[in-house]
Design a protein around this ligand. Structure first.
Ligand SMILES: NC(=O)c1ccc[n+]([C@@H]2O[C@H](COP(=O)([O-])OP(=O)(O)OC[C@H]3O[C@@H](n4cnc5c(N)ncnc54)[C@H](OP(=O)(O)O)[C@@H]3O)[C@@H](O)[C@H]2O)c1
Length: 222
């Protein structure tokens, strides 16, 4: 009898772990901050991708801070996202966030890494950037040679680096009220297995189904 009770308790504990990892990050405890506050996302880049994704994450309960070189121009993006979204300079957004999403032209990555890379160490970094020769110039060929995900991860060494969303066209994200009905997959890669629940919650918050494809070397195809 006692044995059955013990097994039931063990099964319940496993179930709670599974449910906790599937919960929106809103409801999870940030152990570093020792609080249950919703995680803050620094959305660096507020163009087509940044504004579409930031709006979805804000609606899903994340605290989103949009950051660009011109944060004073981000009023319309912030207003559209709502849910307490803010705009700030990149340095401030990075320092306040647990999660950073980079949605900028690839050629901007080296300067962002130089200026803010140290402050990003230890934080989750979601990278959606694609290197395009016509827009990004020389760096596109360099990144292509080793793989864009690997090249970026080296620039932002020490971050918990995730490559995701870079195959998803900005215009094809659902509106927040259509997330539950959305039907698309997001392949993603990382070399840091510990980010899996965080990455998967971020993908699901946009309406996507995460498809984990292993290490960053597997992102070479996309
Ligand atoms: N659009 C898509 O459908 C799509 C799909 C998949 C992947 N991607 C990739 O996602 C990335 C973003 O694409 P996008 O279409 O959203 O570009 P976008 O509309 O041109 O927006 C770029 C954003 O980056 C900001 N930015 C540029 N340089 C910056 C810097 N040094 N520091 C901080 N912010 C900077 C810009 O603001 P300021 O100029 O004011 O600083 C702007 O808000 C690109 O790498 C792209 O290849 C795009």
């Amino acid at each position: 009898m006692r044995c059955i009770e013990t097994m039931k308790r063990a099964a319940a504990a496993v179930l709670i772990c599974i449910i906790a990892s599937a919960l929106p990050v809103t409801a999870q405890t940030d152990s570093r901050a020792g609080s249950t506050e919703r995680p803050t996302i620094a959305m660096i880049g507020a163009g087509d991708m940044g504004s579409a994704m930031g709006k979805l994450w804000a609606a899903a309960g994340y605290h989103v801070i949009f950051a660009t070189r011109h944060p004073d121009e981000l009023g319309p993006v912030v207003d559209e996202a709502g849910h307490g979204a803010e705009a700030a300079a990149v340095g401030e957004a990075v320092s306040r966030a647990e999660i950073i999403c980079l949605a900028v032209p690839y050629k901007a990555e080296p300067s962002i890494a130089r200026e803010h890379g140290d402050a990003m160490r230890g934080k989750v970094l979601v990278n959606v950037d694609n290197a395009l020769a016509y827009r990004d110039g020389e760096i596109a060929a360099k990144a292509e040679a080793v793989g864009e995900a690997i090249y970026s991860a080296r620039l932002f060494e020490g971050t918990r680096f995730i490559r995701a969303f870079n195959l998803k066209a900005a215009y094809s994200f659902p509106e927040p009220d259509q997330v539950d009905a959305a039907d698309f997959t997001i392949p993603w890669t990382t070399n840091d297995e510990s980010v899996r629940p965080i990455a998967e919650a971020l993908i699901r918050a946009t309406g996507g189904t995460p498809v984990y494809e292993g290490g960053l070397e597997n992102a070479r195809e996309y």
